[in-house]
Design a binder for this molecule. Structure first.
Ligand code: HEM
Length: 156
């Protein structure tokens, strides 16, 4: 069961981080080259609508599977040794993971909502500012995601 939950956790991380890789390094630069501001903004509304829905599912799966892995191992160590402990890297993943979820919530409920409103109102300059902020926050989560994985793999 533990291995199955870990596989689910890994799958959700791949979906989220893979999506961010594609968005940051392929879609956004290509759209900036090929499209004018207005069609590009409309494209990004349609793209982000879909991608953020998939990312929201990943966030839920990562949270519940991550907490399950963490508490299962913590309890097993406690039952075996009398004192519960987990590697520092796991606590780093928990902390960084919670930070990533908060950043994602901000992107989705504040940044993206504002971007959609501005595109719908044809406020193109402000829409571009919102898109730039979303881009920065996704970049932040991308870096944090890899930091969390490095921590869980490398820090004992
Ligand atoms: C509440 C947040 C999180 C918690 C409590 C958590 C917990 C854990 C734990 C306990 C493990 C180690 C399992 C083991 O080695 O047996 C793990 C592994 C992993 N986590 Fe998380 N995690 C969280 C968030 C995240 C996030 C946000 C990502 C990436 C976007 C992520 C990606 C991974 C990956 C890729 C592994 C597998 C590493 C390996 O193969 O050894 N986790 N997580």
């Amino acid at each position: 069961m533990y291995e199955l939950v870990k596989l689910l956790h890994l799958a959700a991380a791949i979906v989220w981080l893979g999506g961010m890789t594609f968005m940051l390094f392929a879609l956004r630069p290509a759209a900036a080259l090929a499209l004018e501001g207005q069609p590009r903004a409309r494209l990004m509304v349609a793209v982000w609508q879909r991608f953020f829905a998939a990312a929201a599912v990943s966030v839920l799966v990562l949270f519940f599977s991550g907490m399950n892995l963490y508490t299962t191992a913590f309890r097993a160590v406690k039952a075996a040794t009398g004192a519960g402990s987990v590697p520092l890297g796991w606590n780093l993943m928990l902390g960084i993971g919670l930070l990533m979820f908060a950043v994602f919530g901000h992107i989705y409920f504040a940044g993206f909502a504002r971007f959609k409103r501005r595109v719908a109102a044809a406020e193109w300059t402000q829409a571009a500012q919102s898109a730039a902020l979303i881009q920065k926050l996704v970049m932040l989560n991308f870096a944090l995601g890899w930091l969390a994985i490095a921590a869980v793999r490398l820090v004992r």
